[in-house]
Ligand binder design. Structure first.
Ligand SMILES: [Fe+2]
Length: 544
């Protein structure tokens, strides 16, 4: 593993790789005080409370919608940056779901219990809901109410909905920028949000960023560390607003645990047992912090995160896990020449592990959906940087699928041979915006296009402006890559109908890395590029 990637101001894949190459939160001794401030905390839908709510400081969230169900999330955390602030006693939390934003027509209600063992976070698995419908929800604890959240169920199985519209995003390094992208996303007309990883970063506090946007302490490893780090990110009002506005479908990448880890192999030299425990801590807090389906559960050292979410007959969303089961990156990670690193082509190298690969093929074989969506982490397209060397060499980023080519090629061949309908791969990780035609064989000029890949850029994590022209110099030798921009932070919106798919890249006003020169969440956000796909006709068309 590459252990010299300490520069958190450049992207995961590019760091050191290219050639030349408290907030003040009121602290309460206990929750008794909460009983004296009830009415003041009653909120209307959409009203942000943030740190002003003495108990629900981290807001509310929902996720993993089905046609009759959704998961609701919150956490009792009167002192969110210092372990939460509750004692070891279990706490009662009431919840309610209504069909109107004023919460007057309640359709479900119940009580759940938070425990110290789960950091006083709760996930409520609400069932018996109507398909394809908006709902509103809130929690209360000892007279204090949370803000009101909004969520939405998916269409029923067998129904072909007229439209699905969602945002997808990744990589929100807290120290590297404000969440203007989330400010914009929260106001969009969306059914849900897909987050493909790097929801937090595990790094120590940097000395070179404004104190208002700084991590706390050293690199995180314990349960308490991970809880405090998620709390720091969740205190951001724009992230809270977006969670309150839409259900999320999430998966993790590396930074939810440790930069560029692979399976149980860490980035740095730690003992195997130490990393095993650290990863277990990270997975537990991820499970606690996200609105995940009941069947996403820890088992042994792992967390079974990969899952399928069908959006009626319009789309099957297959959420992948490309970190937990992968073999080590070939040749110590980073950028590697194929000519000196034949392990890039090893048939034994695996990104998904054998079980997940078999599951993926089963799902794709059984799918009757118009669009088959793979929501995952690292770039699946071939990206050969050999042009930068001036020699006839193949040069790959081996943390991405280019380091696991045998398995990547099995998947692309499967999509072609099984004639899987309209595959679309959604990717994060690399902090830059890309669109590519996926081919069964990237080496064959006449090999047919079998699907498309979109890489949202990062919410806030930097790419390094100086890397932008270097990447552009590699594009002529990668003609299937149809779009790249390394200067943008933002996210993407996908508008999907039975006949067509459109991806819009939305970007925050161009800003300089490593830290926004205008450190503001008020920066304008606009459309910068868009691509269309026609159902049944592989190949991207640029429309903006
Ligand atoms: Fe990232």
């Amino acid at each position: 593993m590459n252990s010299d990637d300490q520069d958190s101001t450049t992207s995961d894949a590019m760091a050191g790789a290219l050639p030349t190459r408290r907030r003040a939160i009121k602290t309460f001794g206990g929750l008794a005080v909460a009983a004296f401030v009830p009415g003041a905390m009653r909120a209307a839908w959409g009203e942000q409370q943030g740190g002003s709510n003495p108990v629900f400081t981290l807001g509310v969230a929902s996720g993993d919608p089905g046609s009759d169900r959704v998961v609701l999330w919150t956490r009792l955390a009167p002192d969110p940056l210092n372990g939460g602030g509750l004692n070891d006693r279990a706490a009662r939390i009431d919840w309610e779901v209504a069909i109107d934003p004023a919460m007057t027509r309640t359709v479900r209600r119940g009580t759940t219990t938070s425990t110290a063992r789960n950091g006083h976070a709760v996930s409520v698995h609400v069932t018996g809901l109507r398909p394809d419908s908006w709902y509103y929800y809130r929690f209360s604890h000892r007279g204090v109410q949370s803000r009101i959240g909004r969520t939405r169920t998916f269409p029923a199985a067998g129904v072909l909905p007229a439209r699905m519209r969602f945002a997808f995003c990744s990589c929100q390094h807290y120290e590297q920028g404000y969440y203007a992208a989330y400010r914009d996303m929260a106001t969009q007309d969306l059914d849900f949000v897909v987050h493909v990883g790097d929801y937090i970063y595990e790094y120590a506090a940097s000395a070179n960023v404004p104190a208002a946007r700084r991590h706390q302490g050293g690199e995180i490893a314990t349960l308490a560390d991970y809880r405090n780090r998620y709390a720091l990110y969740r205190l951001d009002r724009h992230l809270q607003d977006t969670h309150a506005a839409f259900p999320f479908i999430v998966t993790f990448d590396d930074h939810e645990v440790d930069n560029n880890y692979a399976g149980l192999i860490p980035e740095d030299e730690q003992t195997a047992e130490a990393f095993r425990q650290r990863r277990r801590n990270a997975y537990q807090v991820y499970r606690e912090s996200m609105p995940l389906r009941a069947n996403v559960q820890a088992s042994g050292d792992g967390l079974n995160l990969y899952r399928r979410l069908p959006y009626g007959r319009l789309a099957d969303i297959l959420v992948l896990d490309t970190r937990q089961y992968r073999s080590d990156q070939p040749c110590d990670d980073g950028l590697q020449f194929l000519q000196t690193c034949p392990a890039i082509l090893s048939p034994d190298a695996t990104m998904l592990g054998a079980t997940q690969e078999a599951w993926l093929f089963d799902q794709l074989r059984q799918s009757r959906a118009t669009w088959n969506v793979l929501a995952q982490q690292v770039m699946m397209m071939r990206w050969d940087l050999g042009a930068l060397t001036g020699q006839p060499l193949n040069y790959y980023n081996v943390d991405a699928w280019d380091g696991y080519q045998a398995q990547r090629d099995r998947i692309l061949r499967f999509l072609a041979e099984q004639r899987v309908a309209n595959p679309v791969v959604l990717t994060g990780d690399i902090h830059s915006a890309w669109a590519a035609d996926l081919k069964a064989d990237f080496n064959g000029a006449s090999s047919p296009v079998i699907g498309a890949e979109f890489v949202c850029t990062s919410i806030s994590s930097g790419f390094g402006d100086s890397n932008d022209p270097l990447v552009k110099a590699t594009l002529p030798s990668n003609p299937h890559i149809r779009y790249f921009d390394g200067l943008l932070r933002g996210y993407s919106i996908c508008t999907v109908t039975p006949g067509a798919w459109r991806t819009d890249f939305r970007a925050v006003q161009r800003v300089a890395d490593p830290v926004f020169t205008v450190p503001s969440a008020d920066l304008p956000v606009s459309d910068v590029a868009a691509f269309n796909l026609i159902a049944g006709q592989a190949g991207l068309t640029r429309v903006l």
